[in-house]
Ligand binder design. Structure first.
Ligand code: NAP
Length: 252
């Protein structure tokens, strides 16, 4: 049995994990609102979905801005239909050791990850509760357990885990599940930026990371997209409030 086609929103879907997730959800039969800061940057994701026979709409929004979020969710609802799947994926890093971290870098990271997920979820939940069906997936990280140089990011990613569990408790009775996916090292522009920061060629950085991962490779965006596609499926309706680590090995 295939799932009922739904309307999904994936934030930060112009590239990386978000782009792979948008494509995979489209391959599962869902229409996808491709949300990112710049609508033009979403074109490649929209084209990939269209080429795969799916439907997608590019919508520009800053997830940390309330008016921008309300407008984006309204545009998806009008253009594709009521969104009942939400993947809060948009993210940034502003790494530094605590003693060098600026207030701006702290605020920027908390704003995109935490405030962004809150605003997007608040704007979308009414479509889910009205439909009696909803799936929310928040992108956490193994960094939630602590990572040198990432006090802002690890605080945001740990915060998202508490946010997810509370959503699961509040929205479960409406047929809405909420889960977090916590990736380890995934090969994207974000990890390329980290390699640059530590002054290591990306290929070397990848090889070093792979050496510490039990499956002996780093992750690819599609590894995360597959996990998300399970969590948004109808069959996953009894999985809620969980944090799924997708890191090529166990996490404490
Ligand atoms: P990425 O390649 O850097 O892509 C992130 C996307 O989010 C970019 O297109 C970016 O747009 C967009 N974005 C940033 N701020 C935004 C905002 N305020 N509103 C809307 N969109 C915004 O990152 P990724 O590696 O795919 O990561 C995706 C998610 O997974 C993030 O939440 C990240 O923290 C999480 N994660 C990644 C890894 C990893 O190893 N890569 C591991 C654990 C967790 P611009 O290009 O315009 O900035």
């Amino acid at each position: 049995m295939t799932d009922t086609p739904r309307v999904a929103i994936v934030t930060g879907a112009a590239r990386g994990i978000g782009a792979a997730t948008a494509l995979r959800l489209a391959q599962g039969g869902h229409a996808v609102g491709v949300v990112d800061l710049d609508a033009d940057a979403c074109a490649a994701t929209v084209d990939a979905v269209t080429e795969a026979g799916g439907r997608a709409l590019a919508v520009a929004a800053d997830v940390s801005d309330e008016a921008s979020v309300e407008a984006a969710v309204g545009a998806v609802a009008e253009g594709l239909g009521a969104p009942t799947i939400l993947v809060n994926n948009a993210g940034i890093i502003r790494d530094n050791l605590l003693f060098k971290m600026s207030v701006d870098d702290w605020d920027a990271v908390l704003a995109v990850h935490l405030r962004g997920a809150f605003l997007m979820t608040r704007a979308t939940q009414r479509f889910m509760t009205e439909a009696g069906f909803g799936r929310i997936v928040n992108l956490s990280s193994t960094s939630a357990q602590g990572n040198r140089g990432q006090v802002n990011y690890s605080a945001a990613k740990a915060g998202l885990q508490g946010f997810t569990k509370t959503l699961a408790i509040e929205l479960g009775r409406f047929g809405v599940t909420a889960n977090a996916v916590a990736p380890g090292f995934i090969q994207t522009d974000m990890t390329a930026a980290t390699a640059e920061r530590v002054g290591m060629p990306f290929e070397e950085f990848i090889a070093a990371a792979a050496g510490t991962i039990p499956v002996a490779r780093v992750g690819q965006p599609d590894d995360i997209a597959h996990t998300i596609s399970f969590l948004v499926s109808e069959g996953a309706g009894f999985v809620s409030g969980q944090v799924i680590y997708v890191a090529g090995g166990p996490q404490d």
